[in-house]
Design a binder for this molecule. Structure first.
Ligand code: GLN
Length: 471
């Protein structure tokens, strides 16, 4: 059932919200070993559900998400609950306010079942860099769920919720969606308010939903998108009626297949499936052509310089004074900072702070940070040009299916290469989503990525819907 159908059944009284929450809690319990959650709000969710059921029986007005259960990545603030970012340094931090996305979901009566596990501060591609231990893939628990929003993906995949929110800086929604067989959307930069999302790399970060159908993504985006006076980077662009637009035929749509995304390093089965789906879109009336995006090869390098530079600055605030953890022993102020950060941050976060500080340092700023920013502009221009010619670009989301736990954790560079197809959309600020593309002969799911121009999410939903029908 789609979110809309669930909501309608709840309104008609054929489904009880309390019963739905109970079932979600059972799913969480049965899948405890996957480590998808950092916090579970069982009692509170049940209370909310009971009060919603009463309202519905009493024919009182309820919001358009009444009956719908969400899981929220643990870097998004829910007032009076902990926001840990899966880090020791924020383990005890209680959010004093709601993120704007949370406010908007609450206003429509969504229920939050809990906070989801992730890579510490959203840094990673596997959800192994967590203070609470790694998230595991529901299809094969010896494999990763993808990251950094791995817990949110798993929560949806196991039926612990109807949808979840994650965050993206370089692929953290699309990649775990691909590894777990779900849909995941990275909205256009500025489409969704970031107020109340813990900052990783502010010029790239965006909140987005995970769901089981494109219709559900459209339904959720419509609730959470739009201008927010509390986030100066949120855009003053009208929010279209996404659910109403999703049925529009794709006939005549121009789709590009960037050849650089089908080159060396891509699993042949994934390649085959994505190309075959593109062929089927052609048969369904789309115009499909190959295109070349030669700047693609610089995306990972530019991304990891810009992201770490911004992270090193954003994470300076965790000093033992303002938030969360403080080291127990220190002789003076400097030592307190040092001990707090040494004890509070995990290895990957420290690696990124060091790298980011290095590329911003006086001697290297021009050679690294400035250069990366120039390359980012070129990548952006190339993307914008392609998206003038094409309505959308279709690529694989990930070069492989989910890898084994521990397989890449000792080798950060190989891990960074997992983001090869996803980071460009963040660098260019455009929208992109993952749609399930099939099952590999190894039994694992994988996805197809659709990218479109800024504020063209509607095109992503229409194409994703078509693809879901083709399969
Ligand atoms: N894997 C990328 C990184 O580690 C992207 C993470 C993200 O999108 N939050 O930076």
């Amino acid at each position: 059932m789609s979110i809309k159908d669930i909501h309608e059944s709840v309104l008609q009284g054929s489904v009880s919200v309390t019963e739905r929450v109970r079932q979600a809690l059972v799913a969480i319990k049965e899948n405890k070993h996957l480590n998808a959650f950092t916090q579970i709000y069982a009692e509170e969710a049940l209370q909310q559900a009971e009060s919603l059921d009463q309202k519905i029986t009493g024919k009182q007005k309820v919001g358009k998400l009444a009956g719908i259960i969400f899981a929220i990545k643990d870097n998004i603030n829910i007032k009076n609950h902990r926001t840990t970012c899966a880090s020791k340094i924020l383990n005890n931090f209680v959010a004093p306010f709601d993120a704007t996305v949370i406010e908007r979901l609450k206003a429509q009566d969504a229920i939050f079942i809990g906070k989801t596990n992730m890579d510490e501060f959203a840094m990673g591609s596997s959800s192994e860099n967590s203070f609470y231990g790694p998230v595991k893939n529901p299809v094969d628990s010896e494999r990763v769920a993808g990251g950094s929003s791995g817990g949110s993906a798993v929560a949806v995949a196991i039926g612990a919720c109807d949808a979840a929110l994650g965050s993206e800086t370089g692929g953290s929604i699309r990649q775990p969606a691909s590894f777990t067989g779900l849909l995941g959307l990275k909205p256009t930069y500025g489409r969704v308010s970031r107020y109340g999302l813990v900052a990783y790399a502010s010029s790239l970060d965006q909140i987005g939903p995970f769901a089981k159908t494109p219709e559900d993504l459209a339904y959720i985006l419509q609730v959470i998108a739009g201008l927010d006076p509390k986030d100066s980077t949120s855009a003053d662009e009208p929010v279209p009626d996404y659910p109403a637009l999703i049925d529009k035929p794709i006939k005549g749509m121009k789709i590009g297949l960037p050849q650089e995304y089908f080159a060396e390093g891509l699993d042949p089965e994934i390649k085959q499936s994505v190309l075959s789906l593109a062929d089927q879109l052609k048969a369904a009336g789309a115009e499909v052509q190959t295109v070349s995006l030669p700047m693609t090869k610089y995306a990972i390098a530019a991304y990891y310089i810009i992201a770490t530079a911004e992270a090193s600055s954003n994470l300076a605030r965790y000093d033992g004074v303002r938030y969360g953890y403080r080291a127990a022993h220190a002789e003076d102020l400097n030592e307190m900072y040092q001990n707090t950060r040494s004890e509070g941050f995990g290895e990957e976060v420290k690696r990124r702070i060091l790298l980011g500080t290095y590329v911003l340092s006086a001697g290297y700023y021009d050679a690294y940070y400035k250069k990366a920013m120039q390359v980012r502009r070129l990548i952006q221009n190339e993307m914008m040009d392609a998206l003038k010619e094409f309505d959308a670009l279709i690529t694989p989301t990930t070069p492989t299916t989910a890898f084994k736990l521990g397989e890449k954790i000792e080798d950060p560079l190989t891990m960074y290469l997992m983001d090869i197809y996803t980071v460009t959309a963040n660098l260019a600020g455009i929208c992109a989503l993952n749609v399930p593309a099939g099952q590999h002969s190894n039994g694992l799911p994988f996805g197809l990525q659709i990218m479109s121009g800024a504020f063209k999410e509607e095109i992503l939903f229409r194409l994703a819907r078509q693809i879901m029908q083709l399969k």
